[in-house]
Design a protein around this ligand. Structure first.
Ligand code: HAM
Length: 427
């Protein structure tokens, strides 16, 4: 076979027709649950100003330092493909004056994101998220509710063996002191840290806690823990979050080194991970998020509390059983329309429209002329009835209905066919 000249870009994927049902199922469960909790959908551009991510996601993050797909427009604007939703949604919240509406504002988004990562199982350069943000609410109950929503989505999708990890990383009251402690601890071990961590230590010592390198793990495990150095406000907030989680009986565990790889978080951070197999664990979290009370101010707004999280669609899809992925809108027709001759083809187009308007799914193969080939397709699709429209039927304004199980055929009036088929399918 001749070598194909073009292939998809590294780390990016085609979502083939046979895979669409998994995506549809995940989105439909997510939307059903967040509709119940009063979230409204927002779509933001796939491209935003690079500056927004540098400020929002943070200069010290791997995302901004290594993973952005940037471009310069012909007009000279510096834009980047969105690596995450949060800064874009926060920008839209401010730009459309949502801060002057009654709070909280609950928003959800879905769509593709882009990160220039080293491609591996569960880590892509183009992937999809289901993302939630709540603006204008300081309550720890909101943090717990976001965790609960993601957990419920995974439960409803029958994803087994999942665990919730939570932590608090403090705020700008208590974090500076904690950072100092971290710096002095990591400095004492700096000769054993990886090159990236040596750099991270200078830029943001919290990022060291996020390192995936084996050689840094032993050092990180002995590092000072945020929860032992929280100010009274952050301590009380975290205590409430845990009480809410206990109250709604969510199985969580404290992970004192969970800091998340984004700069905007304050107080609560969480991840939901799969523990089904070592392989799944290695892919990384299924969902993650937390509170980010300083971001809106950083982007030029008033101080506004906020909390959110996102679920990775591809990672959830890899755990979804085919049995669960049967969305209601899936094309599963009970009728096949076979035609023979040019005038029958023309009449078929009109008839198909009639069926569509009556919400009856009908398969066809208008490109084929041979009846034998069309019957073969109808057999394969396991339809209940095949309709046959030939030259003779067109002239007589009739149509043949064949019961595929019994092989019995009957001729009915063409203008009664939709009504008749409706009756037959109801039986
Ligand atoms: P994140 O942890 O970077 O958080 O991403 C959330 C989820 O997206 C991850 O748990 C994972 O399932 C999926 N994900 C991330 N990177 C990849 C990748 N390269 N390939 C496949 N899946 C991936 C955020 O993006 C935050 N904006 C979440 C948030 C919203 N925090 C507050 N509000």
């Amino acid at each position: 076979m001749k070598k194909i000249k073009f292939q998809k870009p590294t780390g990016m994927h085609d979502i083939l027709p046979e895979d669409q049902r998994y995506f549809e199922k995940i989105y439909s469960v997510c939307e059903k649950i967040v509709n119940f909790y009063g979230f409204k959908k927002i779509d933001t551009p796939v491209l935003e100003s690079t500056d927004l991510y540098q400020k929002g996601t943070g200069m010290s993050t791997d995302i901004v330092q290594k993973q952005m797909f940037g471009l310069k427009t012909k007009g000279g604007d510096d834009l980047s493909l969105r690596p995450e939703f949060t800064p874009g949604v926060a920008r839209a919240y401010l730009e459309h004056g949502m801060h002057s509406l009654p709070q909280p504002i609950k928003l959800y988004s879905t769509g593709p994101l882009f990160r220039y990562e080293r491609p591996q199982a569960g880590r892509y350069r183009q992937f999809h998220q289901f993302n939630l943000e709540i603006f204008g609410d300081t309550s720890p109950a909101i943090d717990a509710q976001i965790i609960q929503i993601f957990y419920s989505i995974l439960e409803e999708l029958k994803i087994k063996k999942i665990a919730i990890e939570v932590n608090s990383i403090g705020d700008n009251q208590c974090r500076p002191y904690y950072k100092k402690l971290l710096v002095s601890y990591f400095r004492s071990k700096s000769s054993s840290l990886c090159t990236d961590c040596k750099r991270r230590l200078k830029e943001n010592p919290l990022r060291v806690l996020d390192c995936k390198e084996e050689k840094c793990h032993a050092i990180i495990s002995q590092a000072p823990q945020t929860i032992n150095h929280l100010c009274a406000d952050c301590h009380a907030h975290f205590k409430y979050v845990l009480e809410f989680l206990d109250e709604i009986q969510l199985p969580y565990r404290l992970n004192p080194h969970l800091v998340r790889g984004l700069d905007y978080y304050t107080k609560t951070v969480f991840e939901i991970v799969s523990e089904s197999t070592e392989e799944e664990k290695a892919k990384g979290s299924l969902a993650g998020g937390g509170r980010y009370d300083l971001l809106i101010k950083l982007l030029g707004g008033e101080e506004t509390p906020a909390s959110g999280g996102a679920l990775g669609i591809e990672r959830v899809k890899s755990l979804l059983s085919p049995k669960e992925a049967k969305p209601s809108s899936y094309f599963n027709p009970s009728i096949f329309l076979a035609q023979l001759g040019s005038s029958a083809k023309i009449k078929s187009l009109k008839l198909l429209e009639e069926f569509r308007k009556n919400k009856i799914q009908v398969a066809e193969s208008l490109g084929r002329d041979s009846l034998k080939a069309q019957f073969k397709i109808a057999d394969k699709m396991k339809v209940k009835y095949t309709l046959l429209l030939g030259q003779k039927e067109v002239l007589e304004e009739s149509i043949i209905v064949r019961d595929m199980k019994t092989g019995k055929q009957e001729t009915i009036k063409f203008d009664k066919v939709v009504k008749e088929m409706k009756k037959k399918l109801k039986k």
